[in-house]
Design a protein around this ligand. Sequence first.
Ligand code: Q0Z
Length: 278
Amino acid sequence: MQHVYSGKVREIYTDGDDLLLVASDRVSVYDVVLPTPIPDKGALLTQLSVWWFGQLADIVPNHLVSATDVPAEFAGRAIRCRRLEMVPFECIARGYLAGSGLKEYQATGAISGVELPRGLVEGSRLPEPIFTPTTKVSDGGHDAPATFDDVAAAVGLSTATRLRDLTLEVYERGAARAAANGIIVADTKLEFGTAADGELTLADEVLTPDSSRFWPESEWEPGRPQHAYDKQFVRDWAAGTGWDKNPPAPEIPADVVEATRARYVDAYQKITGLTWRA
Ligand code: Q0Z
């Protein structure tokens, strides 16, 4: 087993021909990783993603090999997956206006070349979900918007069309399931790759609160920043500490850790209908 990549909160190892994607209990705010872990966060996100792979299997094949055949030290919070030739774009679907999409809309009236109606505000629901890919920036910088035509120029029109259709189909399936249980999925980021047999394959993690914006439906109010389903307690606490958002971040108090863990459990349970192990 060889460690090949560290993200802010996840790691990648190679194991023979396979990859192991390992989710930690680390949490970040304002792009800074906090020193205090959220117990079970890595397992909750991994198991939610695994559940989604099963739910979405009729739409698109995925990279999952096993969620149990992983080293004991990573049990529950890692997957074994097939190593793919990755598509060099993040495939993002948006149903609501937030984040970099909001910024782009405010500056240009469009996101990734998709024209939107005037008068939308932060948190607005879009007339219909849209495909807003970004190019991956390798050195950890922020991703840059790409248009559908950029994707088509890189991978061909038929693959680009398939990526757009799959991304929107996965988003619509996921957003509908979450909405039925009080969670808005404002947007989601998908990664695809090509398997040895040439099949377009869903990779990475899917429809988790780390790869998507989850909002509590009961608190949705367009015209202001929305409350994050998972990290709102950490954000509110961080804002109240006077911390300047530069590393090192302060330790998270126990009550904020517990409230945040409860939100990850709640999102897992609401979406899957399963009970999280105690
Ligand atoms: C996913 C990422 C993570 C940091 C590479 N099946 C695959 N084949 C080849 N490459 C990847 C995958 Cl999933 C791949 N990422 C994203 C995941 C930590 C970055 F766990 N990078």
